[in-house]
Design a protein around this ligand. Structure first.
Ligand code: GRF
Length: 199
């Protein structure tokens, strides 16, 4: 039985696209992306999911509040019989009580080599701005399980990416996505789905 995957997004959705492409080219043989959920209105990720024929909906955290959002999300996950949750550029932090209901079943991609430039406040371009202002020569991406500590769960995969002279946060963000994120996330999702089929 294929493991059923929900992808939570907030923005552009390029990692979601990488997952959908991986699925379509047979690189996630143990899983199936059954649902995309955006926590913010107007996320382009929703359009991407629809273009690939995957049901996508928006649950605005701003409108629903944290508890309302998580209650609505839990109902959707139940309805779609989801086995694994992927946070792919999902900007909200899930509550400890929500996370506790999904032990080792939530995975996140973070655009740095954890434990560098991670935790509260490190999201989106801010991560790359911090790496550039610290002057590191290597950054990268990390796929990790989600626990109650932001960016604190068990690390599954990491890949380093070189910083070049003259990089801007935008250029670096794109390079980290191309060279690390879009490769690591589908690999991690397949590995987790395979593991879940053996449980
Ligand atoms: C990615 O850099 C991801 O690592 C981070 O947020 C960004 C989302 O990009 N958590 P996208 O929405 O997948 O294009």
């Amino acid at each position: 039985m294929l493991k059923r995957v929900a992808v939570l997004v907030s923005g552009g959705g390029t990692n979601l696209e990488a997952l959908l492409n991986a699925q379509e080219s047979g690189r996630i043989p143990h899983g199936e992306i059954v649902l995309a959920v955006s926590g913010t209105a107007g996320a382009y990720a929703v359009e991407r999911a629809k273009k690939h024929g995957v049901p996508a909906l928006t649950l605005s955290r701003k409108e629903l509040g944290q508890e309302g959002f998580e209650d609505a999300l839990s109902a959707c996950l139940k309805e779609y019989r989801v086995d694994l949750i992927v946070l792919a550029g999902f900007l909200s932090i899930l509550s400890a009580s929500f996370v506790a209901q999904w032990p080792e079943r939530i995975v996140n991609i973070h655009p740095s080599l954890i434990p560098a430039f991670c935790g509260k406040g490190f999201y989106g371009l801010r991560v790359h701005e911090a790496a550039l202002s610290r002057g590191v020569k290597l950054t990268g991406a990390t796929v990790h399980l989600v626990n109650e500590i932001p960016d604190g769960g068990r690390i599954l995969l990491q890949k380093a990416v070189e910083i070049s002279p003259g990089d801007t946060p935008e250029i670096l963000q794109r390079r980290v996505m191309e060279q690390a994120e879009w490769e690591l996330l589908p690999r991690a999702v397949e590995a987790l789905c395979e593991q879940l089929t053996q449980e």
